[in-house]
Design a protein around this ligand. Structure first.
Ligand code: 5AD
Ligand code: SF4
Length: 446
């Protein structure tokens, strides 16, 4: 049997795409493998969001070149595929830079992988044109394994933040229809999935065709999904503050399946920087938004993304970001040094912040965010929370799952609890995980 190895970088949407690529190849008779050295097809599903992410592709290709040579000596052919956002952004340039690559395929074209692989027998191929057909109409059924799953409901972005490549790599905002999403979700749940995370680059701008021919909003979509028998939890990511409408805020208090967790990137706390970033909101507008969300869902866990060292950012402007973080209090967050991306408006700016200053600011911000994360985790100790059990734990007899706040928990329980909700008393907060004990006699005794 032929084998395929898929490695994914970057965001959850890339992880979703990688799983769907494995489905496409699975339908062609390829078995998925975790061992790259035995793969007949190797796919790197790349990320272009920051310079470092894009650099990884070329160092990985260097290693694959050696591997491909070794396999060739042993009489095996290996096809190397570069997919994802670097493929979209660089296209044929990748073939020029790396002679090992056989296929370059963009995020909207991977349903054509079988054809591209066949064509690559005679000639190296690039497919990054935005196709007229919708890849989702051409993808085979998903093979599901896990308790949780991502489901792409929206792709692309029309926001054009000055630093970001996504509008160029993923194209304009497109929403899938409610019907297509319900069909995919129904199959996931039938396959044992209990929690679905709706994903999109700008998921709260979702406006897919509803069954009555109108446009459905994200909360309307979630109302349809929550009716699926067997589906216990819903999440969504990632969002833009300007698309947090009243109905979506209200949904956080009104849809029981929607978990109390919100990833809402703010990027900066400085109004001048936010303006230069073309974010079209202020720090105070973000604060007010969070206040309103907390009014309907006081226990919500907040998460965000931050960029330090955007061109021209002063010490005082960075302090505005620190102040915003202190004002709000985040359960978790991602923070990055600004990385100039070719083709974006900010890449034209002349007033780059020195690398050393960026490093200093990042360390200070991450220190603060880490303190907040530890405090949030520590506050869970002593409480009883519902854990959706996802898999076996690190040690025999243990299982692992997540709280409504998306915190990982390990506790002793039989494997039969996988896929169910178990009340767990949290006894200790480790650095990456909480530890607890089943809080019902039934689960403890089972
Ligand atoms: N430099 C640094 N961070 C970036 N992000 C997006 N583009 C850049 C860039 N050029 C960050 C943003 C975004 C997250 C996915 O990545 O914080 O929300
Ligand atoms: Fe990276 Fe953005 Fe592409 Fe996701 S969509 S893989 S974050 S460049």
């Amino acid at each position: 049997m032929k084998k395929a190895f898929v490695k994914s970088y970057g965001c959850q949407m890339n992880a979703y795409d990688a799983a769907r690529m494995a489905d496409v190849l699975g339908a062609e008779g390829y078995a998925a493998t975790d061992a790259v050295e035995e793969a007949d097809v190797v796919i790197l599903n790349t990320c272009h969001i920051r310079e470092k992410a894009a650099d990884k592709v070329y160092s990985e290709l260097g290693r694959l070149r050696v591997l491909k040579g070794e396999r060739a000596e042993a009489g095996h052919d290996t096809k190397i595929v570069v997919a994802g956002c670097v493929a979209q952004a660089e296209g044929a340039e990748i073939l020029a830079r790396s002679s090992t690559v056989d296929v370059v395929v963009g995020p909207q074209n991977y349903h054509r992988l079988p054809d591209l692989l066949a064509r690559s027998r005679t000639k190296r191929v690039v497919d990054t044109e935005f196709p007229v057909e919708d890849k989702f109409d051409h993808l085979p059924a998903r093979r599901t394994h896990g308790v949780t799953a991502f489901l792409t409901v929206q792709e692309g972005c029309d926001k054009f933040c000055a630093f970001c490549v996504v509008p160029y790599t993923r194209g304009a905002e497109v929403s899938r229809s409610v019907e297509a999403i319900l069909a995919e979700a129904g199959k996931l749940v039938a396959g044992g999935v209990r929690e679905i995370t709706l994903i999109g680059q700008n998921v709260n701008a979702y406006h897919g065709l509803s069954r009555d021919g109108a446009n459905a909003t994200l909360p309307a979509l979630m109302r349809e999904l929550e009716r699926l028998p067997g589906l216990l939890r819903l999440r969504y990511t990632t969002s833009h503050p300007n698309d947090m409408g009243d109905d979506l805020i209200a949904a956080h208090g009104a849809i029981p399946a929607l978990m109390p967790y919100l990833h809402l990137p703010v990027q900066s706390g400085s109004d001048r920087v936010l303006k230069a970033m073309n974010r079209k909101h202020t720090g105070d507008a973000y604060r007010r938004l969070i206040e309103r969300v907390r009014l309907v869902r006081p226990d919500i866990a907040l998460s965000s993304d931050f960029i330090v060292g955007f061109p021209g950012e002063t010490d005082a402007e960075f302090e505005d970001t620190m102040r915003l973080v202190r004002d709000i209090g985040f359960a978790s967050a991602f923070s990055f040094k600004y990385s100039s991306r070719p083709g974006t408006p900010a890449a034209e700016s002349a007033d780059a912040v020195p690398e050393a200053v960026k490093s200093e600011r990042l360390a200070a911000l991450q220190g603060l965010l880490d303190d907040q994360r530890h405090a949030f985790n520590a506050a869970a100790v002593g409480t009883v929370v519902e854990v959706l059990v996802e898999k076996a734990g690190r040690h025999p007899g243990q299982v692992a799952g997540k709280t409504p706040h998306l915190l990982p928990v390990q506790f002793d329980a039989p494997a039969a609890t996988i896929g169910t909700l178990v009340p767990v008393r949290i006894v200790r907060a480790g650095s990456n995980s909480l530890f607890g004990e089943a809080a019902t006699d039934a689960a403890a005794a089972a």
